[in-house]
Design a protein. Structure first.
Length: 206
């Protein structure tokens, strides 16, 4: 498997992280090692390139950032585990659909370890539990290299989701691991992030 550098960024400003991903992707070469960034963000809504403004239902004082990934609007906040994938798809011989499948399988495998049954939903990328969205994903591919990634709701305030149509789906319920596994302190979140990383590396192995 091609090499992979892991960076744990902690709680980090969304726009600074996004700009860093853009720079990394613009400056990388065929020899650049792929990276995975693990982080959390202060409260922010992000709106994809084809995002429709009507999917923001209410202004609740959370900033809205127009970004360059696919998909509609989603929410990031503390207690959500965010994973960014900066991968050379050509080198790994991945197609975008195949990478999405690998991401979803990573999340399903991780949830299964927590005795939670995650599943895909036709036509709606991400992972769901009992019909409620627990993980969102969105990617951007430029010159055969991807950035952005996916987020898993772990132990967070879900109230801001009521101000949007999550990922463009009106009335889409959302959930989090806390509802099934109890509270996550910093140590438990760190252990979960390591298991996520382990599962991700397994599923990125070709």
């Amino acid at each position: 498997m091609p090499a992979l550098v892991v960076r744990r960024l902690g709680l980090t400003d969304y726009q600074n992280c996004w700009r860093a991903m853009q720079r990394f992707t613009a400056e990388r070469s065929a020899a650049t090692t792929d990276e995975v960034w693990l982080c959390q963000h202060p409260p922010v809504f992000t709106q994809g390139m084809a995002g429709k403004p009507e999917h923001l239902l209410h202004d609740i004082g959370v900033p809205v950032v127009q970004i360059d990934r696919g998909g509609q609007i989603t929410y990031h906040g503390p207690g959500q585990l965010v994973t960014y994938l900066l991968l050379d798809l050509k080198r790994r011989n991945f197609k975008v659909r195949g990478l999405v499948t690998r991401i979803e399988q990573t999340l399903i495998d991780l949830l299964a370890e927590c005795a939670v049954a995650g599943e895909r939903m036709s036509g709606a990328p991400g992972v769901y539990v009992q019909g409620a969205k627990i993980a969102a994903l969105g990617l951007r591919v430029k010159n055969s290299c991807c950035f952005h990634g996916f987020s898993l709701n772990v132990d967070m305030d879900l109230a801001p989701y009521a101000a949007i149509n999550p990922c463009g789906y009106a009335g889409m319920p959302v959930t989090q691991l806390r509802a099934f596994c109890g509270a996550y302190d910093a140590d438990r979140m760190e252990a979960l992030s390591q298991r996520l990383l382990d599962k991700l590396q397994e599923n990125l192995h070709d």
